[in-house]
Design a protein around this ligand. Structure first.
Ligand SMILES: [Zn+2]
Ligand SMILES: [Zn+2]
Length: 505
């Protein structure tokens, strides 16, 4: 089992400025978390710091806290039905292990936190260079709690910064094949990028190009999600796909292609012929550190927007808007736009990437009815979709740039949405960086499974596609029983997965 923690950037700034003291002393505080349940992964997303008040802790010598402080935190956590995170700082650099005193303190806290909240204690340590280490204390026998270290802690916002535990997320040893890539940004940045787990939702023209670009950039872990099969009319736009793949699931055919073109090294690709909206797809994608949204429908975009804020996972989204001129003898307009959503960045709803009306329309199933579509005005999104490989290549390039900028931030610069106008060759960048005031998605930050649990639904078309697809050797199904077992053990009967798999399976 893999464990991880996600932290919204603004909250991370609050925790850092409290814990990393100018006088070099250790300090401590508590925070609250909600669980994130995913395929093969149990995670936490932090959403609130509960800093000590006067008399709550003593920082001289070995830092310690009063039982009054713990009781106050326990009361709030119980009211909010969430878990407790105990965090402290070390005046040292890099990933921090635990001293005997640290282990004793957390061992003493673990049963108290479990009793107060029914969630496992999450312990975290920050070094003076802002690198985190984290561990869950999970009850394995009566009166016995076992420590499970997290492989990574992801801080997301204007940038993505990941603290890795090398033992559980080992550095990749790149061969001569990557000499040029590593010489562009250095070994440390390559170690950051290559250990990310990247999800791609939608493996059409844009998604298939992005997948190949990620593999060539050294990303070793991909989760591919798309229920669609390859049709002859897709062959002019899918990267790595030929006529021999017609009838197969796109995800499996693309997985095989990526394994063939990977320069050296082992790569782990999970290809799932499911919709994001189905439980299996949702569980898989929540294990990602970054998600590419390569869908052109409002419903999955709406779900991805919620996922991004609720779990503090950056979502890189984009879209192409192209159509013919009136005489139908050339391009009328062609524009493509890319942007990143994360806590502290503008969301897909405020950007106008989908409307609530269109989400309802798709949920109603009417978008699958050709007669209904015929009756729609020409400018309706369901009727548009002129697209060619070259435009997809342009958009995929912009999305990969957003991904690299988010991770590398050369000169400390970050940017928001960008739009390219094919006719004029201009790139527009004058978009809002933040959500409109009162945006409802801001309320979801750090809510984790409380939001995830309401996103899954059945998807008749995806089920139909799976029945009709030509079987492929690359097929692999999520191990549902395995997932269910560990989740029940960890988060108990309140888990949304437990409810979902009881009703749907
Ligand atoms: Zn310590
Ligand atoms: Zn918004």
């Amino acid at each position: 089992m893999n464990y991880k923690v996600n932290i919204p950037e603004a909250l991370n700034d609050v925790l850092k400025s409290h814990l990393i003291r100018p006088d070099g002393q250790e300090d401590l505080c508590f925070a609250l978390y909600n669980p994130i349940t995913a395929m093969g992964m149990a995670g936490a997303v932090l959403f609130e710091a509960i800093l000590p008040e006067q008399g709550d802790r003593d920082v001289h010598g070995n830092v310690s806290f009063s039982s009054k402080y713990l009781d106050r935190v326990g009361k709030i956590a119980r009211e909010k039905k969430c878990g407790i995170c105990f965090m402290h700082s070390h005046p040292a650099r890099g990933w921090q292990g635990m001293s005997r005193d640290d282990i004793d303190a957390e061992n003493m806290l673990a049963p108290r936190c479990k009793a107060m909240t029914d969630f496992p204690l999450l312990g975290m340590t920050i070094g003076e260079d802002s690198i985190w280490s984290a561990r869950f204390w999970i009850k394995d026998r009566p009166k016995s709690y076992r420590r499970h270290f997290c492989s990574k802690v992801c801080v997301s916002g204007k940038k993505l910064h990941v603290s890795y535990y090398d033992e559980l997320a080992p550095k990749v040893h790149f061969g001569v094949e990557f000499t040029r890539t590593i010489s562009a940004w250095g070994q440390d940045k390559q170690d950051q990028i290559s250990r990310l787990c990247v999800g791609i939702v939608g493996l059409g023209s844009v998604g298939s190009i992005i997948a190949e670009a990620l593999v060539k950039t050294g990303v070793r872990k991909l989760i591919l999600l798309d229920f669609d099969t390859v049709e002859r009319k897709n062959l002019d736009r899918l990267q790595g796909i030929g006529s021999q793949h017609v009838g197969q699931h796109k995800v499996h055919a693309i997985k095989k292609h990526l394994e063939d073109v990977t320069p050296g090294l082992e790569i782990s690709i999970i290809s799932l012929p499911y919709s994001l909206i189905e439980g299996e797809g949702l569980l898989a994608i929540l294990a990602s550190d970054v998600i590419f949204s390569c869908v052109d429908r409002p419903w999955p975009r709406y779900v991805l927007n919620k996922i991004s804020y609720a779990n503090a996972i950056p979502v890189i989204d984009g879209g192409i808007d192209a159509n013919q001129n009136k005489k139908r003898d050339n391009i009328g307009q062609a524009r493509w736009k890319s942007h990143v959503t994360a806590p502290g960045r503008i969301c897909l709803s405020c950007l106008g990437q989908y409307s609530p009306e269109d989400v309802s329309l798709e949920m109603s199933g009417l978008l699958e009815d050709p007669h209904y579509i015929q009756g729609l005005p020409d400018e309706h999104f369901a009727k548009r979709g002129e697209n060619v490989f070259a435009f997809s290549l342009g958009l995929a390039g912009m999305e990969i740039q957003q991904f690299l900028s988010l991770n590398l931030q050369p000169l400390g610069i970050y940017y928001g949405p960008k739009e390219f106008d094919f006719n004029t060759g201009n790139i527009d960048a004058d978009f809002d960086f933040n959500c409109k005031s009162g945006c409802e998605y801001q309320e979801l930050i750090g809510q984790g499974d409380k939001v995830n649990g309401n996103l899954a639904s059945q998807h008749a078309i995806a089920e139909e596609k799976r029945k009709s697809a030509i079987p492929s050797a690359e097929a692999n199904r999520p191990k549902e029983n395995y997932i269910l077992q560990f989740i029940l053990k960890l988060f108990g009967h309140r888990s949304w997965i437990a409810k979902m798999f009881k009703t749907n399976h």
